[in-house]
Ligand binder design. Structure first.
Ligand code: MN
Length: 731
């Protein structure tokens, strides 16, 4: 076979043997196919060491095989650099090796393209989370970790600068991911190799110090191990014991963090006791504590309370022979396997079990995750970090400068803007996602680059509240809106009070500030302004307040009989006397210009009976009396207010009408002629065939009328046109 050197063939044979040792029935034909395919593609390439490039993917696959990973994973290992470094296309891989392998190879390629050099350090955690979240299949991460491991093992031929960069990235990014996924063995090797290149002098110093301690205590360690074996055998506890020395990177971390000397590291030396059951773990702990003095505060029960990455073990430090302290870790075989392999332990090929679906394992793994989650004391930690697309409750977006912003799922550019800065949120007027304009309610996705457009002096819109997802954005928007609404309420309340005072003959000018404040206090308001606001919000009526301010002049209100049968019994004064109501008036056009508006639901026009309703902070809404909403709104009788059309004002109202007609030529012309004759402006008109009814048409138009009378004239003229069947006004 061209392109395959003897060393490559040897490496492949070793790979195949490893796979078959774990799974004798595995069909390795496809493995061979991937090996030959990748060898051909990488053929002329060499690594920096001068070796054929293909030895690298082979080594990655070997690591994965040793972790008992499945065939998809192994094939991905062999093919992981083909798309990035050769002419190979994703389609080719899909055709030859199926969609799973294609997805995984694509995933690894995608990861290697993420540029991590410019990121700020404090964002490291977010980047880690982002990587995990962006990966659809956790096998992508596992392959990436195996890839990184081999890169580190062969780092010596690279330039010092590249060594440092790769080492730093490993320590900051890949080792923590391995840790999070519970892959203790891989993490340890990544850290120690990374350490070696990141800070060679420190690495050698620590390694030497550890070695000195180890040699000095070799006999003690042997003695301890023998004692443990004997004592536990006496108690019929089946165990195997490993002597262990703390790893250079974690010793270094400890020395740095706690500013201590290597002699003060209690857990530098230790033994690991692996037994068969949880019960025997605790039994073994008892035996150990009986034999040696435990160091107070050093006993940790990670069996009862597993670490966030699901690590389980009992830890204790004891004073051993000759005053040498050492650490004992006690765990079951299963816990040991999990501690070493982590998530990979759950990705294993299940022998003899052919699942009905190919993703049987995926489902099993998912089930396992859900079970873990249930058992976790702090589920937020492990699970929220292990976010493949199965748990997509967060999205990770970037500013154009590469800063990572973590947001909840479905978050919008507004949320993004507020998480950058409050002012950016307030002034947001538009957003670009990946260089394209999007609506402000657009849902952001993982990896989006979001650019916020702002305008000085901008103000948040109330509509935003209906789609923002973060509490922060919601609170900030509310804050501004409340402040604006309060201003309006104060203004409206003050006017309501003045108007009512004039009507009832109370001279407000004669009422002192003290009197005013006393009444405000009575209503539970700290200041007069608060009382005005409460009036403007419709909490109290102006008449009530005036009856307290001028007790002799204004009588307190008495409950009145409801005006309409469906209105509640407690409805007070306003419907009581028609005479009073007549001059109890706020004109639609008048001093409250700014504070009244025609309700959109019924869109009343001049001449129609209308009623006002004090909204919370938006002024007076004017409804048509026939509006169905009015019946509901008016239950809060305090908010009702009489309004009437201001005299003499010239204005027009948009009205939308629908005319149902026969489908015949000239109809539209006749209808518009009527409007023309009445000097009614047409804002829009649209005619189309009625799909529901044969031979009929619908004309929809928006026209400007002066008042109800004019509208009535127009409508009756239209009704007289032959062929017009029906006319309706829509809101
Ligand atoms: Mn690679």
């Amino acid at each position: 076979m061209p392109g395959i050197t003897p060393e490559m063939e040897t490496a492949y044979q070793e790979l195949q043997a490893t796979v078959l040792a774990k799974r004798p029935n595995e069909d390795t034909a496809v493995l061979r196919k991937a090996f030959e395919f990748a060898s051909l593609k990488h053929a002329p390439q060499t690594r920096d060491s001068g070796e054929p490039y293909m030895l690298h993917p082979l080594a990655v696959a070997q690591t994965l095989a040793e972790m008992s990973m499945d065939m998809v994973c192994l094939l991905t290992g062999l093919l992981h650099d083909t798309i990035e470094d050769t002419e190979t296309t994703a389609e080719e891989i899909r055709k030859l090796f199926g969609p799973d392998v294609e997805r995984c190879v694509n995933g690894v390629t995608k990861l290697s393209k993420i540029n991590l050099h410019n990121r700020e350090d404090r964002q490291a955690e977010s980047v880690r989370k982002m990587l995990l979240a962006m990966v659809e299949d956790i096998r992508v991460i596992i392959v990436k970790l195996a890839d990184r491991l081999h890169n580190l093992r062969t780092l010596s031929s690279l330039s010092r600068e590249r060594q440092e960069r790769i080492a730093a990235e490993t320590i900051e990014l890949y080792a923590p991911i391995a840790h999070r996924l519970g892959m203790g063995k891989l993490r340890a090797e990544l850290e120690d190799l990374g350490f070696q290149y990141l800070d060679p002098p420190a690495y050698h110093e620590v390694t030497e110090a550890i070695e000195v301690k180890r040699q000095a205590n070799e006999q003690v360690l042997d003695e301890i191990r023998d004692t443990v074996l004997v004592k536990l055998a006496e108690e019929h506890i089946p165990v195997r014991v490993q002597a262990r020395v703390k790893r250079p990177w974690s010793v270094y971390q400890k020395l740095k963090k706690q500013r201590i000397d290597i002699d003060q590291v209690y857990d530098l030396l230790g033994v690991r006791i692996i037994t068969d059951s949880v019960k025997n773990c605790y039994a073994a702990l008892g035996v150990i504590h009986n034999e040696w003095h435990p160091i107070p505060g050093r006993i940790k029960d990670f069996i009862a309370i597993p670490r966030p990455n699901l690590y389980q073990s009992l830890h204790t430090s004891v004073m051993g022979p000759m005053g040498v302290s050492f650490e004992v870790q006690i765990r079951t075989e299963e816990m040991h396997r999990l501690a070493e392999e982590g998530i990979a332990a759950h990705w294993k090929y299940k022998e003899g079990k052919k699942g009905p679906a190919e993703d049987d394992q995926r489902i099993a793994w998912l089930r396992q995750l859900v079970e873990w989650q249930r058992e976790m004391r702090d589920p937020s930690d492990f699970m929220s970090n292990l976010k493949v697309d199965l748990y997509p409750e967060e999205v990770y977006c970037f500013t154009p400068k590469g800063r990572v912003v973590v947001l909840p799922r479905e978050a919008t550019p507004i949320d993004f803007a507020y998480s950058i800065h409050t002012d950016v949120g307030h002034c947001c007027i538009g957003a670009k996602v990946n260089n394209r304009m999007v609506p402000l309610k657009h849902g952001l996705r993982n990896g989006d680059i979001v650019e916020i457009m702002t305008q000085n002096g901008g103000q948040p819109s109330r509509d935003w509240l209906s789609f923002v997802k973060t509490t922060r954005a919601r609170n900030k928007i509310r804050h501004v809106i409340n402040a604006t609404e309060r201003e309006k309420s104060v203004e409206l309340g003050q006017k309501l009070l003045e108007r009512e005072a004039r009507r009832l003959g109370v001279a407000l000018s004669r009422i002192t500030r003290q009197q005013m404040e006393a009444v405000a206090t009575e209503y539970g308001c700290a200041k007069t302004e608060d009382l005005h606001a409460a009036l403007g919000w419709g909490k109290f009526s102006a008449r009530q307040v005036l009856s307290k301010l001028a007790p002799g002049v204004v009588e307190p209100e008495t409950p009145a009989t409801p005006a309409t049968p469906e209105a509640p019994a407690y409805q007070p004064e306003r419907d009581r006397a028609g005479a009073a109501a007549k001059d109890y008036v706020i004109q639609v056009k008048g001093i409250d210009d700014l504070l009244t508006y025609r309700a959109k639901c019924c869109n009343p026009i001049r001449g129609e009976p209308i009623v006002g309703y004090i909204t919370r902070g938006k002024g007076v809404a004017v409804h048509s009396k026939g509006c169905p909403n009015v019946q509901n709104l008016m239950y809060e009788a305090e908010r009702r207010i009489e309004v009437e059309w201001a005299r003499g004002a010239r204005e027009s109202f948009n009205v939308r009408i629908i005319v149902h007609t026969d489908d015949r030529a000239g109809m539209l012309n006749q209808l518009t002629q009527i409007l023309f004759d009445e000097e009614v402006n047409i804002r829009s008109v649209e005619a189309h065939a009625d799909e529901k009814q044969f031979d009929s048409a619908i004309v929809e138009m928006t026209v400007e009328v002066r008042d109800k009378k004019q509208l009535e004239r127009v409508v009756s003229a239209m009704r007289r046109v032959s062929g017009v069947r029906d006319i309706e006004r829509v809101h």
